[in-house]
Design a protein around this ligand. Structure first.
Ligand code: NAD
Length: 274
């Protein structure tokens, strides 16, 4: 598994398992167990997914040592103040059956996130979180945060896939030395990207699936990916992307299919920003 080094020196496995919308304990625990068997060590959950406790159970039942795991969770919008952020973090720790998180993110740039960030900084300085970051932050949100932050976010987790490549924000994050993490890396199974003719052609040439080509493309852009699946064969397929390389021509061809089309709500539409 390839690792990236974050701006604070911490390492992150570049590929992990996402568990958004997995609402069944059996499915979730089985998919985490399958993933661990396949070599996944990085797991991405959030308080609002209401499945942290099952992730915690599945990880506690495995033989893998805590220090070999990379666990991410996120604080939701309903926790707005400093104290609420600390309390939400403690709740996540309890559910995940651990005494620290590898990465904790502000899930969405809702109003008051600079106060949340102060709580995250204190937890980070106290060693209870190895790295802190943000999610769904666009340039204006990042700029506002950086104006008062004492600790720079290590990661921004944002929607990214071949039909929504985030070229400008990617370059901005790179210039700030903030790692770009892709959510919805496969277009959430609804963007139409899996049927794209260019991707199919490249996949055939490498005898890989379209999903594998998409994940490989992210990795070669230095992006962290957390594809979600609850199916054993797809979980195995999604991590089997370290034995081939896309050429510059193939990377350029994929750059050319961008439709700049989001699949979800636009964080730039946050009322308070206007
Ligand atoms: P995704 O792009 O990972 O797509 C998942 C879907 O793709 C699956 O449900 C399945 O239909 C399909 N799929 C997966 N592997 C496949 C394969 N090998 N072949 C064919 N189809 C395959 O979408 P996602 O789950 O929304 O995003 C990944 C993770 O990102 C989430 O699970 C979650 O952890 C995180 N996330 C974060 C935010 C945020 O606001 N920070 C939002 C959404 C998701």
């Amino acid at each position: 598994m390839d690792e990236l080094t974050l701006n604070n020196g911490q390492k992150i496995p570049q590929l992990g398992l996402g568990v958004f919308l997995v609402q069944d304990a059996t499915d979730l625990k089985r998919s985490v167990a399958d993933a661990l068997k396949d070599g996944y060590r990085h797991f991405d959950t959030a308080a609002i997914y209401h499945n942290e406790a099952w992730v915690g159970e599945a990880l506690a039942e495995s033989d893998v040592k805590r220090e070999d795991l990379f666990i991410t969770s996120k604080v939701w919008d309903s926790n707005t103040t400093y104290d609420e952020t600390i309390a939400a973090f403690k709740e996540s720790l309890k559910k995940l059956q651990t005494n620290y998180l590898d990465l904790y993110l502000i899930h969405w740039p809702s109003e008051g996130y600079t106060e949340k960030w102060r709580a995250m900084e204190d937890l980070y300085n106290d060693g209870q979180i190895k790295s802190i970051g943000v999610s769904n932050f666009e340039k204006p949100h990042l700029d506002k945060l950086l104006a008062s932050a004492k600790v720079k976010p290590a990661v921004d987790q944002i929607e990214t896939h071949p039909y929504f490549q985030q070229k400008e924000l990617h370059d901005y994050l790179t210039s700030l030395n903030i790692a770009h993490e892709a959510w919805g890396p496969l277009g959430q199974g609804k963007s139409g990207v899996m049927e794209d003719a260019t991707l199919k052609q490249i996949a055939d040439a490498h005898k890989k699936s379209v999903a594998q080509v998409i994940l490989r493309w992210h990795l070669q852009r230095n992006i962290i990916v957390i594809p979600k699946s609850i199916h054993a064969e797809r979980i195995a397929q999604n991590i089997d992307v370290f034995d081939f390389k896309l050429s510059d021509d193939e990377m350029n061809a994929i750059a050319g299919i961008d439709k700049n089309r989001r699949g979800s709500e636009d964080p730039n539409d946050e009322e308070w920003l206007k």
